[in-house]
Write a protein that binds this ligand. Structure first.
Ligand SMILES: [Zn+2]
Length: 311
């Protein structure tokens, strides 16, 4: 077994310092498959604690092939802070989403330079996994190609979003790799800027199940959840007016038609609170980590129960 660390230089700062992303490799030095794993293309999306566990487990148990890992794919995104909050989703310079520039040919963008360096690292991969987090949410996979569904089942994470042939995701890492014929999925590992032990265990087991299936480590797939469900759409609720939102249903909570999901307190003290009720049965899927809303902001995203299918 050989461990290595390589800095991929993607540009230089005004002071002449290199801008680079670091790629780690664990090589069994025996023939076999290659897995590519990355996190942190968006600043503030904490996945390092999961990546470290995965890295250490593979290092102890690798039997064939190799694993390449980039834990912080985008150092520029992680440097974007507003007070205590790490933003890091969009380029300050171009406004581009850092995960919508893969496969683009613009040359005067360090975001594209990073995307291209990552795609090059992925060329030899048999399978790739891109780790993200989503506001306040629970772990779920995102898959772009139906041929990957068997591997999604092996990962055995409870919620799974199917986006086969999605236009929205064609310039993401997952979308581009799919175009290059490299099987992959994305995992939204939980909430932004959060460490949650249960979610960590789910995601670490999910990734290691894939690594085992590829024959890179010898271990039996571990059951994450008794059930796995897939969905291809969700329902967003947008603020009908500005105000302070009080959530009446929490993440992962089921609700019935007629239940109150949240209320909006308007600034006008003479105006009543707005009460928002569900008009179908569902489950709360995600919301932003804030109570402060302007009109048209997305307040909550939910599943309709009827849109969840067992897989
Ligand atoms: Zn992300």
């Amino acid at each position: 077994m050989k461990e290595s660390k390589k800095d991929l230089t993607v540009g230089t700062t005004v002071a002449g310092q290199p801008i680079y992303v670091t790629c780690y490799t664990i090589d069994s030095e025996k023939p076999g498959k290659t897995l590519y794993l990355q996190g942190g293309i968006h600043g503030g999306e904490i996945t390092l604690h999961m990546i470290r566990e995965i890295y250490n487990y593979i290092k102890q148990n690798i039997s064939s092939g190799k694993v390449k890992i980039i834990p912080f794919a985008n150092p520029m995104g992680w440097a974007q802070k507003a007070y205590t909050y790490t933003v890091g989703k969009f380029s300050d310079k171009t406004g581009e989403d850092f995960n919508r520039t893969y496969g683009k040919t613009t040359i005067n963008s360090s975001t594209v330079a990073i995307s291209n360096a990552i795609l090059k690292e992925c060329e030899e991969a048999d399978f790739a996994i891109d780790l993200h987090t989503a506001h306040t949410s629970f772990p779920h996979t995102i898959t772009f190609d139906e041929n990957v569904l068997p591997m999604v089942k092996i990962a055995n994470i409870e919620y799974n979003r199917l986006c086969y042939g999605s236009e929205e995701y064609k310039s993401t890492l997952g979308g581009q790799l799919t175009k290059m014929g490299i099987q992959n999925f994305t995992i939204e590992c939980g909430s932004h800027d959060d460490i949650n032990d249960e979610y960590t265990i789910n995601v670490v087991k999910g990734v290691l199940n894939v690594v085992a299936e590829l024959g890179i480590i010898n271990s039996k797939p571990q059951q994450n959840k008794m059930r796995q469900v897939a969905f291809s759409k969700s329902v967003s609720f947008y603020a009908e007016c500005g105000g302070i939102v009080d959530f009446k249903k929490q993440l992962g909570e089921s609700f019935k038609k007629g239940d109150v999901l949240y209320t909006i307190m308007p600034a006008n003290l003479q105006e009543e609170e707005h009460i928002v009720k569900a008009d179908f049965d569902g489950i709360v899927f995600r919301f932003a980590k804030t109570h402060i809303y302007n009109s048209y902001d997305e307040v909550m995203r939910v599943f309709r129960l009827e849109d969840l299918k067992s897989i």
